[in-house]
Design a protein around this ligand. Structure first.
Ligand code: SF4
Length: 649
């Protein structure tokens, strides 16, 4: 009997646990943890059950075509060839696009956070964007939007990565990594064992809540009040990082009492730039303009005012103003612990103790997920928590939530593949211009409406990639009626799910263990983020892992740290290369200084992370910057770890 132990990763959820696939005589018999991989210390039951998934007797094995009308109990499935299935599907897509535009074809894509779409999503998105449709039902609004984009509207970036290894206090809010992000759970448990404080906000005493220093049993849906109450205690006690707020947030910027808008340089002097805001120097008692383009104050400022009110002289007369932070403080102080207890069920004394813990055990790292995000007020709740977190001054600091160095590789599915005009046709975009439609993600409800009523335009066809809409989205009966009305419905899945059973054509997909795995960056830690996996074998998930450009390993000349040979000896692997002139995923074979592309990048191209990160961060922040308002946000402008404080300029 031949046995192979093939390193790879479990693609079944966002944890992307490093694993060893055990193959006996060509048959997958077990999947085991790979402790040498940054995310591979343990596997959950889902990952370990991979052989059951791969060899399930219920798997779809061939493309199928319906021969009976929709609505009949028996679809009359007949087996067809891949050529017939793909030709028919492509013909339907082309026909609908020619008659009604590519937006009339919608797509449904399962979540990469909890399914084997983890390493395939970018390829599917590439197909959709190049086809030209702005309509992907992706469920982002149900679970991931708030974590990544409510924070982007507050921080300018997503939530970042908790620095488990260095944190002094870990805050898990509506997030039980023991069941949803195993690699995080392992890292959190290690942090706790090392002595970090642990705060868990969850109605249930589940997972790590059992080990928490503070378990806050919040009444579901009242998390926003809890965040404001905690922030109120911290502000009242002076437990907040004034330097961080003064240097790295919009907190010092003055807001006019008469309009509730930021005071601008134009208000101050008619010829000032309208996009520039104004702070008040507490020491010299005068306004100081902040230039957004250079992210620095114009002129010296000793100590920006954070609390209180001032009167500014303008050409139009005196204007009463308060710093944005003062307004935030006023809101938070309206939620004293006793009021928070009434609203949330969390005892007032525990609110105070938790606030103390957040301050005294800094740096704080935090994470939140679906517990918060499946509520109607999730966006504002997450913004309140983001601002609470900002009080600790831990964002982008060691031990806080950090931005990891990411390997520089080509983006497979940039939004730019979709022309602007098409992007703006995303269903729901007009009603929710700051919502998921900006990314081409639409709600199932909007797609059903477009199919059934033709509003705002008709959707005539749908391709599903593993998203079982009848079960994963609300309003099953409307979904059933809408899908039955389509000119064509094609579904790709492992099994004939209730939604796939409504299709005209069904396409069987390979499981994560039956295709080559490609992954750049595993997250969790810097070690994990610089790791890449490239196809290295023909069987299943066999792969090579390589340190990617930007890692601490010398570059060029990346090294393999897991062998692709069955003998288990370490062998040099081909380094990943994003040279557009070479092959996409392998280097052109030139080594050392012979590679002009590498040389140019090493001397100021896009290779170095900090530069790339800052540029990306600025672009992202600019892209997400909403209309100036009186809200207070961190408005992070550059990496704290690599730049000087803004008022030092
Ligand atoms: S936590 Fe996710 S990636 Fe890890 S073994 Fe389980 S399903 Fe696989």
């Amino acid at each position: 009997m031949s046995t192979e132990r093939i390193p790879g990763f479990c693609a079944l959820c966002r944890s992307r646990c490093g694993c060893i696939s055990v193959v006996e005589d060509g048959r997958l018999v077990a999947v085991e943890p790979d402790p040498t991989h940054p995310t591979g210390k343990s596997l959950c039951v889902k990952g370990r059950a991979a052989p059951e998934l791969v060899y399930s007797p219920d798997r779809l094995l061939h493309p199928l075509r319906r021969t009976r009308p929709k609505g009949e109990p028996d679809a009359g499935w007949v087996r067809i060839s891949w050529e017939e299935a793909l030709d028919w599907t492509a013909e339907q897509m082309r026909t609908v696009a020619a008659r009604h535009g590519p937006e009339a074809v919608a797509f449904a894509v399962t979540t990469a956070a909890g399914t084997a779409m983890s390493d395939g999503l970018a390829w599917v998105e590439r197909l959709i964007r190049l086809f030209g449709s702005p309509n992907i039902i992706y469920a982002a609004e149900l679970c991931g939007w708030h974590r990544d984009f409510a924070t982007a509207y507050t921080f300018g970036t997503d939530i970042g990565t908790p620095d488990f290894a260095r944190t002094g206090c870990l805050l898990l809010w509506g997030h039980n990594p023991s069941t949803s992000f195993l690699a995080q759970a392992t890292a959190a448990a290690e942090a706790k064992s090392r002595g970090a404080a642990l705060i868990v906000v969850d109605p249930r005493r589940a997972g790590l809540a059992n080990r928490a220093d503070q378990w806050l049993r919040v009444r579901p849906g009242t998390d926003g009040a809890l965040a404001l109450g905690l922030a109120g205690v911290m502000i009242a006690e002076g437990w907040y990082d004034r330097e961080f707020i003064g240097d790295w947030s919009t907190g010092p910027f003055l807001v006019r009492d008469d309009t509730d808008r930021f005071l601008t340089a134009t208000d101050l002097a008619g010829d000032g730039a309208p996009e520039n805001y104004v702070a008040w120097d507490r020491v010299s008692a005068r306004p100081v303009v902040y230039a957004r383009r250079t992210a620095a104050f114009v002129g010296p400022i000793s100590e920006p005012l954070l609390r209180g009110s001032v009167t500014c002289a303008t050409p139009a007369g005196s204007v009463a103003c308060r710093p944005a932070f003062d307004r935030f403080a006023e809101l938070c102080l309206a939620y004293p612990p006793t009021r928070v207890e009434r609203i949330t069920g969390v005892p007032a004394a525990q609110v105070v103790e938790t606030a103390r813990l957040l301050w005294e055990r800094r740096p704080v790292a935090y994470f939140h997920w679906t517990g918060l995000e499946q509520h109607t007020n999730a966006t504002q709740t997450v913004r309140a928590i983001s601002l609470l977190y900002a009080l600790t001054g831990s964002f982008d600091a060691p031990g806080g939530n950090i931005r990891l160095s990411r390997p520089s590789v080509n983006d497979l599915a940039p939004l730019a593949l979709l022309p602007d005009a098409q992007r703006q046709k995303a269903l729901g975009y007009a009603e929710r211009p700051l919502g998921p439609g900006r990314q081409g993600w639409v709600t199932a409800r909007d797609v059903y409406r477009a199919i059934l009523s033709g509003e705002p335009y008709p959707v005539r066809g749908l391709l599903g990639f593993g998203s079982n809409l009848l079960l994963s989205q609300p309003d099953t009966e409307t979904a059933r009626a809408a899908l039955a009305q389509l000119e064509f419905l094609v579904y790709a899945d492992l099994f004939l799910t209730p939604t796939a059973a409504l299709a005209d054509v069904v396409l069987p997909v390979a499981s994560a263990w039956e295709r080559q795995g490609l992954r750049v960056g595993f997250g969790l830690s810097q070690d994990g983020e610089v790791l890449g996996q490239v196809p290295g074998r023909s069987w299943r998930r066999g792969a090579r892992r390589v340190r990617t450009p930007g890692s601490s390993a010398s570059w060029p000349g990346a090294w393999a740290w897991a062998s692709s040979s069955s003998a288990g000896t370490r062998t040099p692997a081909t380094a990943m290369c994003s040279n557009p002139r070479g092959s996409r995923w392998r280097s052109c074979g030139q080594s050392g200084g012979a590679c002009a592309y590498r040389s140019s990048r090493a001397t100021g191209g896009t290779r170095s992370w900090p530069g790339t990160a800052r540029r990306a961060s600025r672009r992202q922040a600019a892209a997400w910057r909403s209309t100036p308002s009186a809200s207070w946000s961190t408005g992070r402008r550059r990496s704290r770890s690599t730049s000087s404080r803004r008022r030092a300029r």
